[in-house]
Design a protein around this ligand. Structure first.
Ligand code: GDP
Ligand code: MG
Length: 163
């Protein structure tokens, strides 16, 4: 089977924007998995000829901080079970949040390969948003703009070594 890559992150960090960008670029077929996952989208994608299945997690907007955390824990456990590789997406405009820190802890315990990315770094004047995320103690964090297509090649280049 294809390697499965899941995008995990808080609501509104840009998961679906990244999913759409990666799946459009590779002329993906969005797979309809009946009954299985009401709030997850799957797409068969390729990156320079390597096939993988991409999952966009978290389809609805939770109402409170508490429900965000509950949903994110669930999402993260599912992704750890189901995926081979996880893209953990954060939001440069929001900075590093307590929810991000908690999810990173779960991901570490999960033992799957994780690639870290900070989204909404739309240009050079936003590059100052990145350093605080290194408090996570992660050696490589990609700054990307899913909306403007920046940093995506570098992220996927890094990730494709695992495909
Ligand atoms: P999701 O809830 O994680 O799936 O987030 P979405 O993909 O729905 O995006 C949430 C909001 O962030 C939308 O208004 C997007 O247009 C916006 N967004 C996504 N990527 C970027 C980006 O790279 N830069 C900026 N400035 N906004 C973005
Ligand atoms: Mg979404």
């Amino acid at each position: 089977r294809n390697t499965i890559v899941a995008i995990v992150g808080r609501p509104n960090v840009g998961k679906s924007t990244l999913f759409n960008r990666l799946s459009q670029k590779s002329k993906a077929i969005v797979i309809d998995v009946p009954g299985a996952t009401r709030d997850r989208n799957y797409a068969d994608c390729t990156w320079h000829g390597r096939r993988y299945t991409l999952i966009d997690t978290g389809g609805f907007e939770p109402a409170s901080t508490e429900t965000i955390l509950i949903q994110m824990r669930e999402q993260t456990h599912l992704a750890i079970e189901e995926a081979d590789i996880i893209i953990f997406l954060m939001d440069g405009r929001d900075g590093l949040t307590p929810a991000d820190i908690e999810i990173v802890q779960l991901l570490r315990e999960g033992g799957k390969k994780v690639f870290y990315a900070v989204n909404k770094v739309d240009g050079p004047r936003h590059e100052g948003l990145l350093p605080e995320f290194y408090r996570l103690g992660v050696s490589r964090i990609h700054d990307i703009s899913a909306q403007h297509g920046l940093g995506i090649d570098e992220l996927m280049e890094d990730l494709s070594a695992c495909l």
